[in-house]
Design a protein around this ligand. Structure first.
Ligand SMILES: [Fe+2]
Ligand SMILES: [Fe+2]
Length: 290
């Protein structure tokens, strides 16, 4: 007798035509023995589903404030205005958290308090340009620097809500929906990652293909700073992965020569959660064709 993946269902043997016959449905509660396991700190993990009224979602990421690209941001927001998006997803690495980096940050550069102010100014601009549009902010690996440095240097303050990253930024007051703990986001049926959650490292060929190799399902990610698409044909339906470009500094000191491009995406959705991804690079004043 073998147990199926569904709890409480047990199979015995395989009948003709490879049909599996359910011979017994056992109520596990009644037959399970109890054991005295040690206390478990296992935590539940659930995806974050964007509201299903969203039909035209703007996606932008990797602004790395205060190292954002002014022209790319301007172009991105103008595009979202023209295309009348009904919600905006900030898909990680919005703040650089430069001074919180473990890579020996230069103390003469911008400090975290200045980044916080710059972030609030950035949100104010978004709200003015896209009035009434809800903003969802998924934290990326750069934002996670905050918690890492808290653990390292100020663990006493970790449990104090006031010092949570989103509270320090004032996200509540600005009515920004923060998505943290590396939760997978769903826009309809499309899973969205920042990219670090599935351990995407910098790649030299096709970032979208790297995403495919990690999850073997259709999805979208940011993080690798390059617009790309990978289609994996299958006999059922094609699996299509996307990676979006960035909106930050083109040639930062830590990656002077790179294969990055500026870019954003827009996701059209229908009632059933089916989607169409419009994913493209920004090339200064050439955007209104998509
Ligand atoms: Fe990034
Ligand atoms: Fe990232």
């Amino acid at each position: 007798m073998q147990q199926s993946k569904k709890p409480g269902i047990w199979y015995e043997g395989i009948e003709e035509g490879l049909e599996i016959k359910i011979v017994k449905k056992l109520k596990l509660k009644n037959i399970m023995k109890k054991f005295n396991w040690p206390k478990s700190y296992e935590e539940p993990f659930a995806a974050y589903n964007l509201p299903n009224w969203i039909k035209n979602l703007g996606v932008m990421s990797d602004t790395h404030i205060p190292y954002h690209s002014m022209w790319a941001l301007t172009e991105a927001i103008n595009y979202f205005i023209v295309k009348k998006i009904d919600a905006l997803l900030l898909n990680g690495d919005i703040l650089d958290c430069y001074m919180l980096s473990k890579f020996n940050p230069d103390p003469t550069k911008r400090h975290f308090d200045q980044e916080v102010i710059a972030f609030q100014e950035f949100i104010a601009v978004l709200k003015e340009a896209l009035p009434g549009i809800p903003i969802y902010y998924k934290l990326g690996n750069h934002e996670e620097r905050y918690n890492k440095i808290m653990i390292l240097r100020s663990p006493e303050f970790l449990a104090i809500k006031h010092f949570d990253f989103e509270n320090v930024l004032g996200c509540n007051d600005m009515e920004i929906n923060v998505i943290k703990d590396q939760r997978r986001v769903y826009a309809g049926k499309l899973p969205i990652y920042h990219g670090h959650e599935v351990n995407l490292k910098s790649v030299s060929v096709n970032p979208a293909r790297s995403l495919f190799l990690k999850i073997h399902a259709s999805a979208l990610c940011s993080h690798l700073h390059r617009t790309s698409q990978h289609t994996e044909p299958s006999i059922k339906e094609d699996v299509v992965c996307y990676s979006t470009g960035h909106l930050g500094e083109e040639h930062p000191l830590y990656a002077r020569e790179n294969k990055w491009n500026h870019g954003i995406a827009r996701i059209r959705l229908n009632e059933d959660g089916d989607y169409k991804v419009i994913n493209f690079g920004l090339t200064e004043n050439k955007l209104f064709i998509v």
